[in-house]
Design a binder for this molecule. Structure first.
Ligand code: NCD
Length: 338
């Protein structure tokens, strides 16, 4: 698939070759993300950043990626600060905002909302998370991270063994990641959650139909024993009918130093889409693992910028031009010193 001019709404749009192309573009973005050089290839372009739901890393990562390619970002955050609270429809909002921008990144609490918005937009729209449905760019950066981490261990994504843990019912990152893994061979997935927060049946079905070996379970210890990756997730309390209901599940599965040391193989990679819930009753991924070199969570966030730069470059069709608009970095670069 040529991404030129395409909206990115679901991970289902991608085939394996597309992923491989995109990841090689992401690799090329590294010197720019590291501030070893600057490219102005998107100078004059505007990205509209519309985050109608809380976000820290996804919003800033999309914005930084666009800035790193030389483009500008205009943003609105929170439903309460937009005219959607005055009763404006998503299609009208899209018609207006797409007049101001060359591309739009959007997050919204309702499943399907970003697709509805994109249908009325005159410019490509990238889904930054639509309710409990999908988060395609997160799945791409997760897979890019998995690929890089396993490369260091002499392995590829084919043959991957992964355990996904936590709120698999409402977690959109795991929904998109499970769909993405269908493109690979001999993958096995342990889905570890309380029964009430299990991965939706249709997603499990789709995975099995594509040849993935799936184990659905509520037992953590045996599920993390023989895997390459443990992927922990937060209880998505904002999707629950009440906070009290979310409280029932918080802290149910905890990955900490003691559990990791006792049950995981020594090289198991630890991932989480973040934010991790650090409150005392949660701690699904404990900070006592922070000095473990297998903890990849901050490599995931760094990789997110590369993957999002690659998406922008591909959608706006400037991949071949990125190196033609290069400048030197004039400022002191703290990343390169010391
Ligand atoms: C996730 C999200 O918003 O879906 N965060 C992210 O984008 N990295 C996961 C979460 O909020 O738990």
């Amino acid at each position: 698939m040529n991404l030129k001019g395409s909206s990115i709404l679901s991970i289902n749009q991608f085939e394996r070759g597309d992923i491989e192309n995109l990841f090689r573009i992401a690799d090329q973005m590294e010197p720019f993300a590291q501030r070893k050089k600057i490219t102005r290839v998107l100078e004059g372009a505007i990205m509209g950043s519309m985050f109608f739901e809380p976000s820290t890393r996804t919003r800033i990562s999309f914005g930084s990626a666009f800035n790193l390619l030389g483009g500008d970002v205009r943003e609105t955050t929170g439903l309460e600060n937009s005219s959607l609270v005055k009763g404006e429809s998503l299609p009208d909002t899209a018609r207006v905002l797409s007049g101001f921008s060359d591309i739009i990144c959007m997050r919204h609490p309702e499943a399907g909302s970003v697709a509805e918005f994109a249908a009325a937009s005159r410019v490509p729209v990238v889904n930054g998370g639509d309710g409990n449905n999908e988060h395609p760019s997160q799945a791409l950066l997760d897979l890019y991270t998995i690929e890089k981490e396993l490369q260091g261990r002499g392995r590829g994504v084919d043959g991957l063994r992964i355990a996904m843990i936590g709120d698999l019912k409402y977690g959109r990152t795991v929904h998109s990641l499970c769909k993405l893994l269908r493109l690979f061979n001999e993958v096995s997935v342990h889905l570890v959650s309380p029964k009430e927060l299990a991965m939706p049946d249709e997603l499990v079905e789709e995975m099995r139909e594509s040849g993935i070996q799936v184990v659905v379970t509520d037992i953590l210890e045996e599920s993390i024993a023989h895997v390459d990756i443990v992927y922990s997730t937060r209880i998505q309390e904002e999707r629950f009918p009440s906070k009290q209901e979310a409280d029932l599940y918080r802290g149910r599965f905890r990955l900490n130093k003691a559990v990791y040391t006792q049950f995981c193989e020594p090289n198991t990679v630890i991932m989480h889409p973040l934010p991790r819930d650090s409150r005392g009753d949660a701690k699904e991924l404990d900070s006592d693992l922070d000095d473990n070199p297998n903890l990849a969570i901050f490599r995931q966030t760094d990789n997110g910028v590369l993957v999002r730069m690659a998406l922008f470059a591909a959608i706006l069709d400037v991949v071949h031009l990125v190196d033609k608009y290069v400048e030197q970095v004039p400022w002191h670069n703290p990343r390169l010193s010391g």
